[in-house]
Design a protein around this ligand. Structure first.
Ligand SMILES: [Mn+2]
Length: 238
């Protein structure tokens, strides 16, 4: 049996729609998992029963995270929010971690994990962080726009390899203070944290870039989804 991965959709509050990019699903299928799109709810009981049935959780990209969650006032360049999704991901992550089931955070998903564990964010990179790198690239997204260094001895170095790799970059927020318990596994050329792990769980990994846009041709992107799927498989009760 293939492990079943719950994937959080984009909660489009303006169009009252849930959006899912095929690339997340394609990358998970290719890695050997069966992805399912979750509804957006903060009902604790429903989320607990979902977590019981699912083998892994993929927290995808999306809106900005409510800065109130890390004790800050909204910056003038803060983007749109989905407070319901923030709440949902908090309760879902609680349930997944309690069972030590794997959680992968991509882009906003990585930022969410940092906030969840008590870290903070730059609410708007261009006005709050001095850099020459354009972290908010234009289409097409399946190309490298900057490098990150994967640090030796980290989980990401085990999954990929230590040293420099090319990544795409589609984010206007970033980790400011890293949460207790997290390790910075990958750092961009300008010093921003672009990959994390949590030391106390079997598999809690986050990447700031978007491997789902590059999984067709980029081995490093495939390896991230494969490691996640393998972790979900090993937690599966047959
Ligand atoms: Mn970047």
């Amino acid at each position: 049996m293939r492990p079943v991965i719950g994937v959080v959709p984009l909660d489009d509050t303006e169009l009252k729609s849930l959006w899912m990019l095929n690339d997340y699903f394609d990358a998970l299928y290719e890695a050997g998992a069966v992805p399912v799109m979750l509804s957006i709810t903060d009902d604790e009981e429903d989320l607990a029963s979902l977590a019981e049935k699912l083998d892994g959780l993929l927290i995808t990209g999306g809106q900005d995270i409510d800065p109130a969650l890390y004790g800050e006032e909204p910056h003038e360049k803060l983007g749109s929010l989905s407070r319901l999704r923030d709440k949902m991901e908090t309760k879902l992550t609680d349930a997944f971690l309690k069972a030590d089931k794997p959680v992968l955070g991509i882009c906003r998903g990585m930022q969410f994990l940092n906030v969840y564990f008590g870290g903070t964010l730059y609410q708007d990179i261009p006005s709050q962080y001095e850099t020459d790198i354009a972290h908010d690239m234009e289409k097409p997204y399946d190309r490298f726009v900057h490098a990150v260094t994967i640090k030796k001895g980290t989980r990401l170095a085990d999954i990929l390899h230590p040293g420099e790799i090319g990544v795409n970059s589609l984010h206007h927020q970033a980790i400011k203070d890293l949460a207790p318990g997290l390790t910075a596994d990958a750092v961009s050329e300008d010093g921003l944290i672009e990959g994390i792990e949590h030391n106390d769980y079997s598999y809690v990994i986050g990447v700031q870039w978007h491997p789902e846009f590059m999984h067709l041709f980029n081995e490093n992107s495939k390896l991230i989804f494969r490691s996640f799927t393998d972790a979900a498989k090993s937690k599966k009760s047959y």
